[in-house]
Design a protein around this ligand. Structure first.
Ligand code: GAR
Length: 210
């Protein structure tokens, strides 16, 4: 099989993007990052991509106009022959035309155990603040397929992380990010190895002899 061609979407620092890139470098994942799309010209993810000779596109309403964003994104994805879209801290809703063109081929990582602590406004540090405020004893990471709503698509993988009484949102974020940096490459690997079957809301990992 040829390496899976993935396009990464990121808005911020891009530590998840970097972790995926390094997993590929270490041959843990048979994939290639064919391009980075960001809405944020100042994203750390953009610097990382450019320093590693990965094609980068800054696409946002200021540059392109709101109505042209999906077309711009789709043009890039097609030029790169993208097979899988990986959202890695992308703080924009992906438009319906992109979702319809890449049905069941868009992954997102969320820093909590969905369906808890998801939805509009629940991103980054807001999630960890809400988790601590609520007093739950475990949080974690969810990798899921993206549909037309916030954080509601079928779940591919989850990992549980403890929440301690002494945690600040920052401390919890770091504990969770550490898990994010291993789970995302593992989830992408399932797609690269064509091991995923989708049955309604259930994402089933095919067994070897199935
Ligand atoms: C990660 O914690 C990711 O789970 C979260 O943003 C952070 C990005 O960090 N995503 C969301 O909250 C999406 N709802 P990174 O830029 O260092 O990868």
């Amino acid at each position: 099989m040829n390496p899976l061609r993935i396009a990464v979407f990121a808005s911020g620092t891009g530590t998840n993007f970097q972790a995926i890139y390094h997993a590929i470098e270490r041959n843990e994942l048979d994939a290639e990052v064919v391009g980075l799309i960001t809405n944020n010209p100042g994203a750390g993810a953009r610097d990382f991509a450019e320093n590693n000779s990965i094609e980068t596109a800054v696409i946002n309403k200021k540059i392109h106009g709101e109505e042209n964003i999906d077309t711009e994104i789709l043009n890039c994805l097609r030029n790169w022959n993208t097979e899988l879209i990986v959202l890695a801290g992308y703080m924009k809703m992906v438009g319906d035309p992109v979702i319809d063109s890449y049905k069941n081929r868009i992954l997102n990582i969320h820093p909590a155990l969905l369906p808890s602590f998801g939805g509009k406004g629940m991103y980054g540090m807001h999630v960890h603040e809400a988790v601590i405020e609520h007093g739950v004893k475990v949080s974690g990471v969810t990798v899921h397929l993206v549909d037309n709503e916030y954080d509601t698509g079928p779940i591919v993988m989850q990992r549980v992380v403890p929440v301690y009484d002494t945690d600040t949102p920052e401390v919890l974020q770091n504990r969770i990010l550490k898990e994010e940096h291993t789970i995302y490459a593992e989830a992408i690997k399932l797609f690269a190895e064509d091991k995923i079957e989708i049955n309604g809301r259930q994402v089933i990992v095919k067994r070897k002899n199935a």
